[in-house]
Design a binder for this molecule. Structure first.
Ligand SMILES: [Zn+2]
Length: 94
């Protein structure tokens, strides 16, 4: 650690990035980051990770209409398969 405050600063990095630090504390962190490359790097790294997580999570969340469409289509396919199986059992045996 290059500065006695580094531990405290790094402990509050998450709150700092969330904007949950009181203004006076956030100011202390900001000032510290200007002369401490270690803590500045940590904040940069953390915010890059958060950006990446946001990207991934938003890609995973399907809009509700799409979920309904996909579920409806799956139900249709399953029903068709069952009907085909009952109507032409010989075809399935081949
Ligand atoms: Zn530091």
């Amino acid at each position: 650690m290059s500065h006695p405050h580094c531990r405290q600063i790094q402990a509050s990095v998450h709150d700092y990035l969330d904007g949950e630090l009181p203004a006076s504390n956030a100011e202390i962190v900001s000032e510290h980051l200007q002369f401490c490359p270690d803590c500045a790097y940590l904040v940069q790294f953390e915010s890059a990770v958060r950006a990446r997580v946001r990207e991934c999570c938003s890609a995973d969340a399907a809009p509700p209409e799409l979920r309904v469409r996909i579920l409806t289509r799956i139900t249709q396919v399953v029903t068709q398969v069952r009907v085909t199986y009952r109507e032409r059992p010989d075809d399935v045996e081949r």
